[in-house]
Design a protein around this ligand. Structure first.
Ligand code: MG
Length: 229
């Protein structure tokens, strides 16, 4: 049986963060009568931080946080149609075409010839499954797991569920905090494939990085060579 390679989805296989940045700019514009861009960003981030446990990761939580922030910033004076417009942005994001990162299908084909590929992504179940479906990549994966959080306990559970020993597991992804550190913590291996931007909530605590070493590659296409070496 081939060894298992875990693969992250958002910003590892396709653009994701960029979609959020586009809508954040619209939100700054909408809030401009009450607040400058920097203050709007800070208020939205504070709302997201306060609600991540309730909202989870993903578009729905993001839209709810924008609505709450808009009411807050405008001191309750923003009109209902603008709030409905924010929800509409969320709907647009949910239906946005998937933009694969360069070389991803070819890289998965190569990796799939030496590994069973296990997609592990966090966020809203429906949204994540929809993106996998629209990406056209679904049949390249042996199994798919959508998890609410990527911490050591979650990885331990996922591996146990699929009868995989952590020492025989490698994870690949763009987030050090979600794809690398928790996998190293349970005795697996991890490879970091950085993306252009990282969501502030995905930035690892510098203390957690002390003394931790892991390989970094420029793109998914370089992972096969690293695994073979
Ligand atoms: Mg990611």
């Amino acid at each position: 049986m081939l060894p298992v390679l875990g693969v992250d989805a958002d910003d590892t296989l396709w653009e994701n963060e960029e979609r959020f940045h586009e809508v954040e700019q619209r939100f700054r514009d909408l809030m401009a009568p009450w607040s400058d861009g920097e203050a709007t960003d800070a208020a939205l981030l504070a709302t997201e931080r306060a609600n991540i446990a309730r909202h989870g990761y993903g578009i729905k939580g993001f839209a709810l946080s924008m609505v709450l922030t808009a009411v807050e910033i405008s001191d309750g004076t923003i009109d209902a149609r603008s709030l409905a417009g924010i929800i509409g942005w969320g709907h647009e994001m949910l239906a946005h075409p998937i933009e694969l990162l360069d070389g991803v299908p070819e890289a998965l084909d190569t990796l799939g010839s030496t590994h069973r590929l296990l997609l592990i992504t966090k966020g809203d179940l429906g949204d994540q499954l929809g993106k996998i479906e629209r990406s056209g990549l679904a049949d390249r994966f042996w199994r798919t797991e959508v998890v609410p959080e990527k911490d050591p306990g979650t990885y331990r559970d996922v591996l146990e569920c699929h009868d995989i020993h952590p020492a025989e597991f490698t994870m690949v992804g763009n987030s050090v905090k979600s794809d690398v550190l928790p996998v190293l913590a349970i005795g697996g291996r991890a490879i970091h494939v950085p993306h252009t931007t990282t969501w502030v909530f995905e930035e690892p605590d510098p203390e957690e990085l002390a003394g931790v070493d892991f390989p970094v590659v420029e793109n998914l296409g370089q992972v096969a060579g690293l695994l073979a070496g």
